[in-house]
Write a protein that binds this ligand. Structure first.
Ligand SMILES: C[S@@+](CC[C@H](N)C(=O)[O-])C[C@H]1O[C@@H](n2cnc3c(N)ncnc32)[C@H](O)[C@@H]1O
Length: 405
């Protein structure tokens, strides 16, 4: 397979997105420049009463959260999966949220794999949360809760808001409970209702109002139901899904995951599309047991071969591979900083041996300095095609997308 795994060929998706940059030229086109306004069947113009104008199919304002660094990858996935009339734009002042107008079934957003969570986003021109129970505001919030419940059921709800223990929130909770039958459980509630200051306002003299965000589904999108076996150092599933997209996806691909751990990358790759072959290699039996359990929970067991072996030295059957993934050990988990240079250099050599001509290696690593040095030394083996820096739980790993020379 020759180079150009950029998601432009028929039957292939993923690769580096061509979508406009969130927060770019389109940023001020929605809702008069207020990202996150309207939604749930009622645009910002409805706040405060009045009948909605008949405007064709119901459009919902959806806010998607993601790990900082993955905005472009998510925007490309949104364009592909939801095909909105306009690309998503950044939520003002945030590096971890996009907003879009969605006209299809709300359940469609549950298919997104690089988003952390999806919310129906409502804006209210009110001075304080106390006012959210008045006028038609509560009815709009309840409608958004029903939209969420139709997309993915919950039996209870909780607030994420400053002052959520106040009397104003108690009233709002009682209003939602009475209208929906959902239990208000501030500790373990499934459906999250976020209430925050409006994000769109820039003028200090204009009150920014309040946003209410009703999460779609009982859990974040990033909490995968297939993850039945926890494994220390397992990669975040939305990062794994982003790596899969960045490497490009075709159903004819033979894919390999070196140092596969609990199989996150294999599961995310095979949920994105079938593959002609899928192999995972790890030298730890407990890692492979976790991978087998996760693959089984995702009903993917029969499509993957797991091999216990040293990924740096052992030959791998089933190649050559079109796409190879790896996230080598980092910190004190399964390795140490002192061995990082050998591991990264060995990985670049090992992956080169088993990758098809023009094939792709996607590496997630926390050892940036080490990786940069190893890449310079492996200049004859790999051409860097793309680099994405991700922010996750205080760590700043990078995804390297490399083409085999
Ligand atoms: C960061 S973890 C991978 C996590 C995995 N992506 C997941 O989501 O669970 C690194 C893995 O590399 C494995 N490993 C370390 N050195 C190895 C080697 N020389 N050969 C094969 N596997 C190795 C460890 O056993 C560990 O499972």
């Amino acid at each position: 397979m020759s180079g150009g795994r950029q998601g432009r060929e028929p039957g292939r998706h993923g690769g580096r997105p061509a979508a406009r940059r969130p927060g770019g030229a389109d940023r001020h086109r929605t809702g008069g420049g207020r990202a996150g306004s309207g939604g749930g069947g009622g645009g910002r113009g409805r706040a405060g009463g009045g009948s909605p104008a008949p405007t064709g199919p119901k459009a919902t304002t959806v806010e998607l959260t993601f790990l900082p660094g993955l905005a472009d990858v998510l925007a490309a996935e949104v364009a592909e999966a939801l095909a909105p009339a306009k690309p998503p734009v950044a939520v003002a002042g945030r590096d971890d949220a996009l907003v879009l107008r969605h006209t299809g079934p709300l359940a469609d957003v549950l298919r997104l794999r690089t988003a952390v969570a999806a919310f129906v986003s409502l804006h209210f021109d009110v001075p304080r949360p106390k006012s959210l129970t008045s006028g038609d505001h509560l009815a709009r919030i309840v409608a958004a809760v029903y939209d969420s419940l139709r997309a993915g059921g919950s039996s209870s709800f909780r607030f994420e808001a400053a002052g959520s223990d106040s009397a104003a929130f108690a009233r709002l909770a009682e209003g939602i409970r009475a209208a929906t039958g959902l239990q208000h459980d501030e500790k373990d509630g499934q459906l999250v209702v976020r209430v925050r200051r409006g994000t769109g306002g820039t003028s200090r003299t204009v009150d920014p109002g309040w946003d209410v965000l009703v999460r779609v589904g009982p859990r974040p999108l990033s909490a995968r139901t297939w993850r039945v076996a926890d494994y220390p150092g397992a990669v975040n599933a939305t990062i794994a899904a982003a790596m899969v997209r960045l490497g490009g996806v075709a159903p004819t691909d033979r894919v390999l995951n070196l140092m596969c751990g609990s199989g996150t990358l294999l599961v995310e790759r095979l949920l994105a599309a079938p593959a002609a072959a899928a192999v995972g290699v790890d030298n730890a039996a407990d890692a492979l047991a976790a991978a087998a359990a996760n693959l089984d929970a995702a009903s993917l067991t029969r499509r993957v071969t797991l091999v216990e072996a040293d990924a740096l030295t052992a030959p791998v059957d089933g190649g050559p591979f079109d796409v190879v993934y790896a996230d080598p050990p980092w910190g004190t988990l399964h390795g140490s900083h002192s061995t990082a240079a050998d591991v990264h250099a060995g990985l670049l050599r090992a992956a080169h041996r088993v990758t098809a001509d023009g094939g792709t290696l996607v590496v997630l690593t926390h050892e940036i300095t080490v990786m940069e040095r190893c890449l310079r030394e492996a200049d004859a083996l790999w051409t860097p095609r793309d680099t994405v820096r991700v922010f996750a739980k205080g760590h700043h790993p990078r995804v390297y997308v490399l083409s085999k020379r």
